[in-house]
Design a protein around this ligand. Structure first.
Ligand SMILES: [Ca+2]
Ligand SMILES: [Ca+2]
Length: 245
């Protein structure tokens, strides 16, 4: 009888451990897409300017006042509560040439409220060199890589994906994996976001045309150490309940 009980307890513990591990690793998560086809920006997407129009199913952020100093024009999903925004994609029209235009997409997460313990990645138009610019910051060091060249007045499908230990930058479906071993998937999140990001320095506003903005969200996978602690906790509970019998 005791052997059967023991076997049952151990089986339950293994089942709990397996379910926890399995659910954490197979959480494919949620995808939010804004295609602007209904003329509205719908939740959970937010935009920090009223200076925009939507026509022909496309977003047009209008440059110039009042976004003509060091302000950012941003539209995206801004997520607290431990969820991890691991991929952002959008179609953007490259306008120019305009050396002050830093338009592109951005993917960022932070472990705390002061933006110091975080990771961020940008994929933007570098008008000086006429190429797409991949940028990555790991909280301490910044890394820059020039990718392929672009043409003005053409639309490009851009994406950034945080992988387990690297970042993938996509341009029209052509993907470049960078910073392998330098990036680390988070084990906890305070704040996470994916967005279209346009910084305009220092004077003339730059228009932004965008469409099909998507963000991908999944649950943060806890550290293996936390899962072992959780399992030991279960063992402890099982032990106590057995003693009580
Ligand atoms: Ca909409
Ligand atoms: Ca559209």
């Amino acid at each position: 009888m005791e052997m059967v009980c023991k076997f049952k307890t151990i089986s339950i513990i293994f089942l709990c451990f397996f379910l926890l591990f399995f659910s954490a690793n197979t959480a494919t998560g949620t995808i939010y897409t804004e295609d602007f086809n209904d003329g509205n920006i719908d939740a959970p997407f937010e935009i920090n300017t009223t200076n925009y129009t939507i026509s022909n199913g496309e977003l047009h952020i209008i440059g110039g006042e009042p976004y003509n100093n060091t302000d950012l024009c941003e539209i995206g999903v801004y997520h607290f509560n431990g969820d991890y925004i691991y991929r952002v994609e959008s179609s953007l029209l490259v306008l120019g040439p305009n050396p002050t235009d830093l338009t592109g997409i951005s993917l960022q997460w932070y472990e705390d409220s002061n933006d110091n313990h975080g990771w961020k990645a940008h994929l933007k138009f570098d008008h000086t060199n006429g190429v797409f610019w991949a940028h990555y910051w790991n909280g301490t060091d910044a890394f820059d890589v020039n990718l392929e060249s672009f043409n003005y007045n053409e639309w490009y499908d851009l994406s950034i994906t945080f992988n387990t230990d690297s970042i993938t930058y996509g341009i029209n479906g052509s993907e470049t994996e960078l910073f392998k071993g330098s990036y680390q998937e988070p084990t906890s999140i305070y704040y996470s976001y994916g967005e279209i990001h346009s910084a305009i320095f220092p004077a003339d506003g730059v228009d932004v045309y965008a469409d099909n903005l998507s963000v991908y969200i999944k649950q943060v996978i806890p550290e293996p150490a936390s899962m072992f602690l959780f399992s030991f906790g279960l063992l402890g509970i099982a032990g106590i309940s057995r003693k009580k019998k």
